[in-house]
Write a protein that binds this ligand. Structure first.
Ligand SMILES: O=C(O)CCC(=O)C(=O)O
Ligand SMILES: [Fe+2]
Length: 508
């Protein structure tokens, strides 16, 4: 566990519902250790253990748990597309389980609002005492036996290491240095107007531990793009609303320097993409990868962070390519595979740390979002970013006796993730749930997958429980995506997929 322990403990406490606030720090620490410092997993484990204990006292809950021992079981029994929300728990890289009490779902995030290290609004009251340690014991069904070897986290300090160990590529010094500095300065100014996402988690309103914002590109001047994708301003507004976890802000146009950077980065992405194998469900429309939106994050100081998550696929569609530019302070990006249920008994996920230096591009290639989660972890210390401001030209600095005195310092990291929102997943086409909200598209990360990381299925799920006004209540809608039947595409694998669906139709 590399994070500052105290921070992790605070983060963990902040995620626990009021009824768990009495659990002592020693027990919290033990659980954190069990979970290799993963705050969200520790919080889930505690909640699950407690609900399990509660379930033992209630035979009706126990019966329900027996009847539906997970989403698969539940689906087999209930062919309809909706599920009773109070019994369904989907928790990202934890298996989907049926519990006696409702634990708020995690990582339903579209863009930010991770499930770890959130600023909590309001404090939990201490509750009655209890046998905390007994409750903290991992569930007996805990999938990974102690004998399964656990590889320690590995730091990937070079592009070669990143390429060898992950589904990402790293491109240092990617922009001309002056452009990188100017863009950093622009985004620092922009960030003064950004906000923190606010949403409902673990029975309380929480705030994301960093600021973010959502930008939409003017595509009219972008060569090679079908100008007539028909996505209206209102739809962009809706996308921004869900991307920022029910935020009210209008999407912002790309600043000039972001546009300039985007064009250069697209070239890098396209060169990389041409070297890689494509997945059938990838977008098959444009010949070149282009970005039409950018989500930007600002992390101030060492502690601001984003917790483990995979990026919501609602508008990106399956197997997206995401180009993530880092500016300013270098921070650690942590990537960890989500192990499919069928392999839990034989292997444990390994964490990789990738230091993201100023002016580096990390490309998350497919199937990164399908098979792993990522985070920017809180750190104990960071190196201050020292740079020559763009207002100070090299010639004036030569005239100066002490050029060092002209350097500026910053403790901020700016991240810009350039993304392509697919026309076939445009806001108008996103299924609505009974709450009247757009659903979120999530991969079945723990389900079956082939050796290339190809998944079996994706789900449209209600996300209304995260809206603060809803206080965790949702309609529980949970429907499998059927890309063909929903009229989506074109896909990279169109012809192969059509043959498949015809074959299936004929054999049924
Ligand atoms: O700041 C970063 O590098 C990661 C940001 C991220 O994961 C996101 O915006 O989804
Ligand atoms: Fe992300």
């Amino acid at each position: 566990m590399e994070n500052d322990t105290e921070t992790l403990l605070v983060m963990l406490s902040s995620l626990l519902p009021e009824s768990h606030q009495y659990i002592d720090q020693g027990s919290l620490l033990e659980t954190l250790l069990d979970c290799e410092g993963n705050v969200e997993e520790a919080a889930k484990l505690i909640s699950q253990s407690t609900s399990r204990a509660a379930g033992q006292a209630s035979s009706s809950t126990k019966n329900k748990r027996k009847r539906h021992s997970g989403l698969d079981g539940w689906l087999k029994q209930q062919p309809s597309t909706t599920s009773p929300p109070s019994k369904r728990v989907n928790s990202g890289d934890m298996s989907t389980r049926t519990l006696g009490v409702k634990v708020p779902a995690q990582d339903h995030r579209e863009h930010t609002s991770p499930s770890t290290s959130l600023k909590v609004k309001g404090s939990g009251k201490p509750n009655s005492t209890g046998n905390a340690l007994a409750r903290l014991k991992p569930p007996s069904t805990s999938a990974t036996p102690e004998t399964t070897p656990q590889l320690p986290p590995l730091t990937l300090g070079t592009p070669e290491m990143v390429a060898n160990h992950t589904t990402c590529t790293l491109h240092p010094r990617v922009l001309p240095p002056e452009l990188a500095i100017k863009l950093f300065e622009t985004m620092l100014t922009e960030a003064e107007n950004w906000d923190r996402n606010r949403f409902w988690l673990f029975e309380r309103a929480v705030e994301s531990p960093h600021k973010n914002s959502f930008y939409v590109r003017d595509m009219s001047a972008v060569a090679g793009y079908d100008q007539d994708d028909g996505i209206s301003d209102l739809e962009w507004k809706e996308a921004a609303h869900y991307w920022t976890q029910f935020g009210a802000a209008d999407p912002i146009p790309f600043p000039k320097l972001m546009e300039e950077a985007c064009r250069l980065l697209e070239d890098v992405v396209n060169v990389e993409m041409r070297k890689r194998k494509q997945f059938d469900l990838e977008w098959g429309g444009n010949r070149r990868w282009i970005a039409n939106v950018a989500a930007a994050n600002c992390y101030e100081g060492a502690k601001e962070n984003v917790g483990f998550h995979s990026d919501g696929l609602t508008y990106l569609g399956p197997y997206p390519t995401i180009a993530s530019l880092s500016l300013g302070v270098s921070r650690l990006f942590r990537l960890r595979e989500v192990i499919p249920k069928s392999e839990e008994a034989t292997r444990k996920p390994r964490s990789f740390n990738v230091p993201l230096a100023h002016n580096s591009l990390l490309i998350m290639h497919p199937p990164t979002q399908e098979v792993s989660k990522h985070a920017i972890i809180p750190q104990t210390v960071i190196d201050t970013f020292r740079y020559r401001p763009s207002s100070c030209s090299p010639s004036t600095s030569l005239l100066n006796d002490d050029p060092e005195s002209q350097l500026e310092s910053s403790n901020c990291r700016i991240n810009i993730t350039f993304r392509f929102f697919r026309p076939d997943f445009r806001p108008l086409t996103i299924p609505r749930c009974k709450c009247g909200e757009a659903t979120i598209l999530r991969p079945d990360m723990r389900g079956k997958r082939d050796k290339d990381g190809r998944l079996d299925r994706y789900w449209w799920a209600c996300q209304a429980g995260k809206k603060i006004e809803n206080e965790g209540k949702d309609c529980g809608m949970w429907k499998e995506m059927n890309a063909m039947a929903e009229g989506r595409g074109p896909f990279v694998g169109d012809s192969a997929m059509r043959e498949d669906s015809t074959r299936n139709a004929n054999t049924n």
